[in-house]
Each structure stands twice: as C-alpha cells, then as structure tokens.
Design a protein around this ligand. Structure first.
Ligand SMILES: Nc1ncnc2c1ncn2[C@@H]1O[C@H](COP(=O)(O)OP(=O)(O)OP(=O)(O)O)[C@@H](O)[C@H]1O
Ligand SMILES: [Mg+2]
Length: 294
C-alpha cells in the first residue's frame, strides 16, 4: 500500500511533469512560429522574439493563461483601434498567434480583415455584452495574445471586458481635453477592481499621435500632469504616422504597404516594434517600472 507521504510525492512529481509539458509545448509553439517567421533577422525583431518566448514561459510557469490586452478609453477618437491593430499586427508578424476582438461599433478592424492582407491575424466582430467574457476566455485558451478594441464610451460591455484584462491600454492624444478623459478610463478600471474584490488590473496610458520629431509643450505638460497623478505611462509613444492610417485605408499589414507610397514607413515599423517590445516586457511577470516611477 502506498503511504500518504509517498502519494504526496508522486502527486508533486506528476504536477511538475504537467508544468514541464506545458512549458515545452509553449516553447515548441513559439520556436515553430519564429522558424516560419521571415522577420527575425534584425536586432529589434530578435529581441522582441526572445521576449515573446520569455512571456510564454513566464506565464506558463505562473500557471496563467495567455494575456488579454484590453484597449479602452471612453473618449472617442483617442486612437484605440489604431493602437490595437498596429501592435497586434506587429506581434502577428513576429509569428505570435493573435486574435483581435473588435467591439468598436464601427468595426474598423473587421473591415480591415476583409481586405487582401495575408497576415495571419484573427479578427472576431460579433461580440456583445452578453458574449464578451465567454469569447475572451475561449480565445485566450488557444491564442498567444488576445486584444480587445473597445467602443469610445463607458458601457457594460466595456466594464466586462476590463474584468478580463491582464493589461488595459489607455490610448490618449496629447491634448487637454483627452487628458481629462483619461481619468474616466482609470476610474472605470478601479470600479471593476472593486467589483473583483480588489484584484489589481494593471494599466498603462499610451500617448498617441505624438510628433516623432519633438515633444510639444502641451505634450510635456500632459506627461507631467499624468506623472503627478501617479498614472503609469508607456515609455514608447505611438507617433503620428501616415502608415498607421494607410493600413486601414489599404486594408493591408504595415509590412505589406508600399514604402514609395507611404512616407516614413520604416520609422513607423520601428515605432510599432518598440511599442510591442515594451508591451511584452510589461506582460512578463517581472514587469519593469512604468515611466511614472522612472
Ligand atoms: N498614431 C496615429 N497616426 C496617425 N493617425 C492616427 C494615429 N492614431 C489615430 N489616428 C487617426 O485618428 C483617428 C481616430 O483614431 P481611432 O479610430 O484609432 O480612434 P478610436 O479611439 O478607436 O476611436 P473610436 O472611439 O471612435 O472607436 C483616425 O482617423 C486614425 O486614423
Ligand atoms: Mg475605435
């Protein structure tokens, strides 16, 4: 007969085996994906690929599912859909499996998917306040990243999506009006934290449509105000770039755009890479400090 101590040891060994199997599967999935990615030659792609592998390992070890990134700001036109598609495209182009749930009533990303882009990136459009939680859970079980692009208003659908987030990204244009709206987005997150009995929902403010050349005075003031209020900011901004508009107009991925027709395409790709890189950093367990504490 097996003693209690012995069966406990067997259970621990079995658990360890399951965890190792999980890690091995994740490693295989990522290595397989990157082996078939045609873009891991440059240093920046290499570092991001490494981090993607790292995030998979860290989350698997911690027994967590793959990350859900919810992009929210009740202010319309803050850059939610643009930031979602740009970051998701970048991760997909690196070989990660990515799903976007398009909960924007105008369905801009569903429309993008209807174009001729060959990028492997799943887009789901039919999400409602009744189905959002179930759909997020279904996709996070099978995909390496799930993004949720939300409507520019506060609604029950928005609140429900926020409850499922590993990270809420709050895109914000560097204008006074938009900055005041950011606090509404943060308040929404805190309300959901209360509803979840204090589970912390990490978030970052992402400045969008910033000048790639020089930070304007209003931008500097807004950054100072956000830091003063203790709001964590992404170090990387999403600059104002023609390429980020062109992906929607041409319904292509950034790397499929014609650099002759789209000004500043290499710079836009680099900016998107840096943003994806920082996001992956944040999603790893040992998340680096946001700019607010830097
Ligand atoms: N980084 C950027 N560079 C250039 N144009 C941008 C950038 N970010 C957003 N835009 C433009 O700003 C407008 C609003 O952006 P977007 O649709 O992404 O905002 P949104 O927050 O999703 O809006 P809504 O609340 O209506 O869903 C669009 O015309 C988009 O092309
Ligand atoms: Mg939108």
């Amino acid at each position: 007969m097996i003693s209690a101590g012995c069966s406990c040891l067997l259970l621990r060994v079995a658990t360890r085996c399951v965890v190792m199997l999980h890690i091995a599967t994740q490693c295989y999935r990522f290595r397989h994906a990157f082996a078939h990615s045609d873009c891991h030659s440059s240093a920046i792609h290499g570092s991001c690929s490494y981090k993607l592998l790292h995030v998979a390992l860290a989350l698997t070890k911690a027994g967590r599912c793959m990350p859900v990134i919810v992009v929210a700001n009740p202010k319309g036109g803050a850059g939610k859909s643009t930031a979602t598609l740009v970051i998701a495209q970048t991760l997909a182009q690196l070989g990660a499996s990515v799903t976007i749930l398009d909960a924007d009533p105008n369905r801009p990303i569903v429309e993008w998917r209807g174009g001729s882009s060959e990028l492997s990136l799943d887009v789901i459009g039919d999400v409602t306040e009744s189905s959002i939680i179930r759909v997020i859970r279904e996709h996070r079980a099978n995909r390496q990243f799930v993004f949720v692009d939300l409507e520019g208003t506060a609604s029950r659908l928005v609140s429900r999506a926020i409850t499922q987030a590993d990270l809420v990204l709050i895109p914000l244009q560097a204008s006074g009006v938009d900055a005041r709206q950011a606090s509404r987005a943060v308040a929404l997150i805190h309300e959901e934290e209360e509803a979840l009995n204090g589970r912390v929902i990490p978030f970052r403010v992402l400045l969008t449509r910033t000048s790639p050349i020089i930070a304007t005075r209003i931008e500097k003031e807004i950054v100072a105000a956000l830091k003063g209020a203790g709001l964590p900011l992404m170090r990387t901004r999403l600059n104002e770039r023609q390429a980020y508009k062109a992906v929607f107009v041409r319904r292509l991925a950034m790397h499929e755009l014609d650099p002759v027709q789209v000004n500043g395409l290499p710079e836009a790709l680099t900016n998107a890479q840096q943003l994806a890189d920082e996001l992956v950093d944040i999603l790893t367990v040992s998340s680096p400090d946001a700019e607010v504490t830097g």
